[in-house]
Design a protein around this ligand. Structure first.
Ligand code: 4NP
Length: 165
């Protein structure tokens, strides 16, 4: 099983959106039994809360259901367990680095920079204190980078399966 953890600050806006969008892409690609997708926050502020109603509504408008996701904080075990830990912005990437030794640095990624480099945008902007447009932008950016991420994982799965032939 290939495993991916999306990380933002509160785990109620950006990373649950990424979890919902990417799970949907993985399912559509027929890979749901080969790719595990989860999300978490670097802060414990919203633990056990469902995604922000504005994120849920915007995701639903695009065909994604976030209603069963509950916020949790990143744990030390996540660094062992996941193949990729993908931060939504540079500030959370720095938070992730500060929690652990640099032994895990190769697993830590920045979502837009690493999987949608042509956009030339590094951060998925935090929509929490802004208006509705910010939530739409999150879904659009997340959809874009999710395509890039899926291509990489497909290649990874293919190269692993060839090793065992
Ligand atoms: P998220 O958004 O990191 O995308 O889940 C935020 C949610 C809550 C807060 C900040 C960002 N907050 O300050 O409570």
């Amino acid at each position: 099983m290939y495993s991916v953890l999306f990380v933002c600050l509160g785990n109620i806006c950006r990373s649950p959106t990424a979890e919902g969008v990417f799970k949907s892409l993985v399912t559509d690609a027929g890979l749901s039994n080969q790719v595990f997708v989860d999300s978490a926050g670097t802060s414990a502020h919203h633990v056990n809360e469902a995604p922000d109603p504005r994120s849920q509504q915007e995701a639903k408008r695009h065909g994604y259901d976030l209603s069963r996701i509950r916020s949790r904080k990143v744990t030390p075990n996540d660094y062992e367990k996941f193949d990729l830990i993908i931060a939504m912005d540079e500030s959370n990437l720095n938070n992730l680095k500060s929690f652990k030794s640099n032994a895990y640095d190769s697993k830590l990624k920045l979502f837009l920079k690493d999987f949608a480099p042509l956009l030339n945008i590094h951060d998925v902007p935090d929509p929490y204190y802004g208006g509705a447009k910010g939530f739409t932008k999150v879904v659009e950016l997340v959809e874009h980078a999710s395509e890039g991420l899926l291509e990489l994982i497909k290649a990874e799965i293919k190269s692993k399966s060839q090793k065992y032939i």
